[in-house]
Design a protein around this ligand. Structure first.
Ligand SMILES: C[S@@+](CC[C@H](N)C(=O)[O-])C[C@H]1O[C@@H](n2cnc3c(N)ncnc32)[C@H](O)[C@@H]1O
Length: 317
């Protein structure tokens, strides 16, 4: 293990824990250890299962963040400094996606309070799993655009990132926080050039007991979302990779050799077996070899927090 396991001895400290999309058994071991180490657990009660709280100590103070402002959370961080507390701030999915985590990191750094992010299973992976489709099908789509429709917090949305602009790539798109305006969403996707029969999937409350998966054509997206009365806690996946007829990968093709296997045949259309270029080991789950270019560590940059707007009946806070 290369990173420290969260412990009560490392204090004061804030752990930003990704709780996963819903089902409590998708919390990571490290996330559970951070919750267990905490004197104070602040959890997103509107999106995180209460079952993750079984990991909290009997004496831990438990606060629901859906009722708190950033200032009130920051007051807990003040207390963490003064009383040398461990805090677990439990976010839905992965904290780094629409998690409003950056503003809290800033609050920690202002106080000289140590912090660490524990990654979580995002609703992106949970939704794709529920649909049963790979989002990066060779020859069909090799990119996934994670975005949202501009809504009440439209000033969060840089103009170059309008859904219609991103849709022009025709890649797979995953739209968070966008089901309160399904007609606008459909219009934007169509304006970006996806044909009306582009396959879509809407996954509502992925991994929760009442998970709902809708599959439809883009032309029917808004009607289907409205008819199912979905306004929040849903991820929309769009793009040709969601069609049922996927292409096959190079990686497992008998004509493709790589570090762990020699080609045994010639790929149709090729004159000789395909060889992976020499390099570091491939990710064996990938559809093509994945190499990380050497480079300096990525700097943690600040971005504006993004919140889902309230939608008709009871949108996510
Ligand atoms: C504030 S964002 C948090 C995203 C979270 N950090 C993640 O990684 O999934 C909330 C939005 O994420 C998506 N979402 C979160 N949990 C979901 C779930 N279980 N099923 C489907 N979508 C979900 C929805 O688009 C929801 O409106």
């Amino acid at each position: 293990m290369t990173r420290a396991t969260p412990s009560r001895t490392e204090r004061p400290k804030v752990w930003f824990v990704g709780a996963g999309p819903g089902a409590a058994d998708l919390l990571t071991f490290r996330g559970a250890a951070a919750i267990a180490a905490a004197d104070v657990v602040i959890w997103a009660g509107s999106l995180v299962s209460p079952d993750v709280l079984v990991h909290a100590g009997a004496d831990a103070q438990v606060l629901d963040s859906s009722a708190l402002t950033l200032e009130e959370v920051a007051a807990v961080y003040d207390r963490a400094v003064a009383e040398r507390l461990v805090v677990a701030r439990v976010h839905s999915g992965d904290p780094t996606l629409y998690g409003a985590v950056q503003e809290q990191v800033t609050e920690c750094e202002r106080r000289g309070l140590r912090w660490e992010i524990v990654p979580g299973v995002s609703s992106l992976g949970a939704a794709a799993a529920a649909v049963g489709r790979e989002l990066t099908v060779p020859g069909v789509a090799q990119s996934v655009v994670l975005t949202r429709l501009a809504t009440r917090t439209s000033d969060s949305m840089p103009p170059r990132e309008q859904v219609r602009e991103l849709a022009r790539h025709g890649a797979t798109m995953a739209l968070f926080l966008s089901c309160s305006r399904p007609r606008a969403l459909q219009r934007e996707l169509e304006a970006g050039g996806y044909p009306p029969d582009t396959p879509c999937a809407v996954v509502h409350r992925a991994t929760w007991p009442d998970e709902l998966v809708l599959r439809c054509r883009l032309a029917d997206l808004a009607d289907r979302v409205r008819a199912a009365r979905i306004h929040k806690q849903a991820l929309v996946l769009v793009g040709p990779a969601l069609a049922d007829d996927g292409a096959r990968s190079h990686l497992y093709h008998p004509a493709f050799s790589h570090e762990f296997r020699r080609a045994t045949s010639v790929h149709p259309g090729a004159t000789a077996p395909l060889h992976e270029p020499p390099g570091p080991p491939v990710d064996r789950g990938a559809t093509a070899p994945l190499h990380e270019p050497p480079g300096p560590p990525v700097h943690r940059g600040a971005t504006a927090p993004l919140h889902e707007p309230p939608g008709p009946p009871g949108a996510d806070p």
